[in-house]
Write a protein that binds this ligand. Structure first.
Ligand code: TRP
Length: 447
C-alpha cells in the first residue's frame, strides 16, 4: 500500500489547491441552496446564524478534515482506519456513501440549470409566473431531466478521469476566475434595479429574534453552512491528501471559507433584488426546490433583452460553479475505490458514474424524492459527519492533529485556539445542531 501512496498525485501549487477547494465549495449550494433555504423564512436571522456557524464551527471542522487527510495521505475510506484502527472503518464508509448520495441528485439540478441556460439563450424567458412554472415542470420531468442528469454526470466524469493536475486543477484554474468576474458584474448590475434596496433589506435587515429559536431556521443555517463549504463528508480530507506537508492548513481553510461565504452573500445580493423588484416574494416563499429556476427567469423575463443577457450570465455562472463542485463529489468515492481495490482511475470513474446515473433516477423524476434525499444526504448527514470529524481529531487522535498543526507552522495561539475549538466548542454545538435538525426533519415528515 505504501508504494501506492507514495505515488499520490499532488496539486502543483497552493493556489491550485485553493481554487480547487473553493471550486468545490462554491456551487449550486451558494445559488440554488441559498435561495431555497432563505426562501423558507428566517430572513436576516437565517443569514446571521449561517455566518456564525461558518465562523465558530465550520472553520475547526475544515481544519480537522484537512489534518485528517494530510496526515493519513489516503482517501476517505481508509484515512480514519489508518489513523485510529479498524473500529473507525464506519466513518470511512460514511465518507464513501454520503458524497454518492449528494452527487446522485446534484447532477439532476445541474441538468435543470443547463436546460434553463439553453432556453434563455435560444428561446427567451417566460412572460409570467404561470409560464415559468410550466417551464420548470417541463425541465424537471420526462426525458429532458434524464438527459440533463446524464450529460452533467458524463461531463464531470471526463474531468475527474483526467486526474488531479490535468483534470480538476486545470478546470478550476480557468473556471473560478470567470465565475468571480460574472458574479461581481451581476451584483453590480443588481444595484440598478428599482427593488434593490428592498431586496437587501429583506435579505440582511429583516431581523426577527424569534427566528433564532425556530428549528427550521436552525436546521437550514447548519445545513447551508456545511453544504456550502462542502464539509462533513470528506471532500476536504481527500483534497488535503494531495497537499504537501508544508502548507499551512488553517490559513488555507480561512481562505477557502472566506471565498465561499463571500460568494454566498453576493449571490443573495443578486437574487433578492431581482425577486423583490419583480414582486415575486410570494413565488419564492412557496419554497419549492425549484424557487431559483422559477423566480429568476420570471423576474428577468420582464426586463427585455438586458434581462435575457443577465439570465444567460446567471445560469452559466451557476453551471460553472456546479461543475467544479460535482468533480469534488465524484473524486471522493473514486479515490476511495482506487486506494481500496487498486482500480485504475478511469475504471473507478465510469463505474461510479453509472451507479450515480441509476441512483439519481428517482430524484430526477420526483421532486419530493429529491427534496428528501437532499435533506438527508445534503443535510443531517453532513452535520453528523462534521461532528464525527471534530470528535475524531480532537479526542481520538489529538496527537496527529497536533502534528499537522505543528507542520503547518501556525503560531502557538492559533494552535491552542484550534485545539480548544475542536475539542470543546465544535462537537457540542454541532451535536446541538444535529439534534435540532433531526427533530425538525422528522417533524416535516409527519406533518
Ligand atoms: N459545496 C457545493 C455547493 O455549494 C456542493 C458540494 C460539493 C458539497 N461537495 C460537497 C456539499 C460535499 C456537501 C459536501 O454547491
Amino acid at each position: 500500500m505504501d508504494s501506492k501512496i507514495s505515488q499520490r498525485e499532488q496539486w502543483t501549487s497552493k493556489l491550485g489547491f485553493i481554487l480547487a477547494a473553493a471550486g468545490s465549495a462554491v456551487g449550486l449550494g451558494n445559488l440554488w441552496g441559498f435561495a431555497y433555504r432563505a426562501s423558507q423564512g428566517g430572513g436576516a436571522a437565517f443569514v446571521l446564524l449561517y455566518v456564525l456557524i461558518v465562523l465558530i464551527v465550520c472553520l475547526p471542522v475544515f481544519v480537522a478534515e484537512m489534518a485528517l487527510g494530510r496526515n493519513a495521505m489516503a482517501s476517505t475510506l481508509l484515512a480514519p482506519v489508518k489513523l485510529a484502527g479498524k473500529n473507525w472503518y464506519p466513518l470511512g464508509i460514511l465518507f464513501f456513501i454520503a458524497p454518492l448520495g449528494i452527487a446522485s441528485y446534484y447532477s439532476v439540478i445541474m441538468g435543470w440549470t443547463a436546460d434553463t441556460l439553453f432556453h434563455s439563450l435560444f428561446f427567451g424567458l417566460p412572460k409570467n409566473l404561470t409560464e415559468a412554472e410550466t417551464f420548470f415542470g417541463s425541465i424537471s420531468s420526462g426525458s429532458s431531466v434524464l438527459l440533463g442528469h446524464l450529460l452533467s454526470l458524463v461531463l464531470t466524469a471526463i474531468i475527474v478521469s483526467s486526474g488531479i493536475k490535468k483534470g480538476i486543477e486545470k478546470v478550476t484554474r480557468y473556471f473560478m476566475p470567470i465565475l468571480f468576474i460574472i458574479i461581481v458584474i451581476l451584483a453590480i448590475w443588481a444595484t440598478s434595479l428599482s427593488g434593490a434596496w428592498e431586496g437587501y433589506k429583506t435579505f440582511l435587515l429583516k431581523f426577527d429574534f424569534n427566528e433564532l429559536r425556530n428549528p427550521q431556521t436552525i436546521r437550514n443555517a447548519f445545513t447551508q453552512a456545511f453544504f456550502s463549504l462542502s464539509l462533513g463528508i470528506g471532500i476536504m480530507v481527500t483534497y488535503a491528501s494531495y497537499l504537501n506537508k508544508k502548507s499551512n492548513l488553517p490559513k488555507l481553510s480561512v481562505g477557502v471559507a472566506s471565498l465561499d461565504t463571500l460568494v454566498g452573500l453576493m449571490a443573495g445580493f443578486i437574487t433578492f433584488p431581482i425577486v423583490l423588484t419583480f414582486g415575486l416574494s410570494d413565488a419564492i416563499s412557496e419554497s419549492t426546490v425549484g424557487a431559483l429556476f422559477i423566480s429568476i427567469p420570471t423576474g428577468l423575463g420582464s426586463y427585455g433583452a438586458a434581462g435575457r443577457i443577465v439570465a444567460v450570465a446567471f445560469f452559466a455562472l451557476a453551471y460553472i460553479a456546479a461543475i467544479t463542485s460535482s468533480v469534488s463529489l465524484l473524486e471522493v468515492p473514486v479515490s476511495s475505490l482506487m486506494d481500496k481495490f487498486g482500480f485504475k482511475r478511469e475504471k473507478s470513474v465510469w463505474l461510479i458514474t453509472l451507479f450515480l446515473f441509476l441512483a439519481g433516477i428517482p430524484s430526477a423524476l420526483n421532486l419530493n424524492i429529491l427534496g428528501t434525499v437532499d435533506s438527508i444526504f445534503g443535510g443531517v448527514l453532513l452535520i453528523f459527519g462534521g461532528f464525527l470529524v471534530t470528535f475524531f481529531m480532537g479526542w481520538v487522535v489529538p496527537g496527529k492533529f497536533n502534528e499537522e498543526l505543528n507542520d503547518s507552522k501556525v503560531g502557538i495561539k492559533t494552535t491552542r485556539y484550534l485545539k480548544f475549538m475542536t475539542r470543546w466548542i465544535a462537537p457540542p454545538i454541532i451535536g446541538f445542531g444535529l439534534f435540532i435538525s433531526v427533530f425538525d426533519l422528522m417533524k416535516s415528515w409527519v406533518s
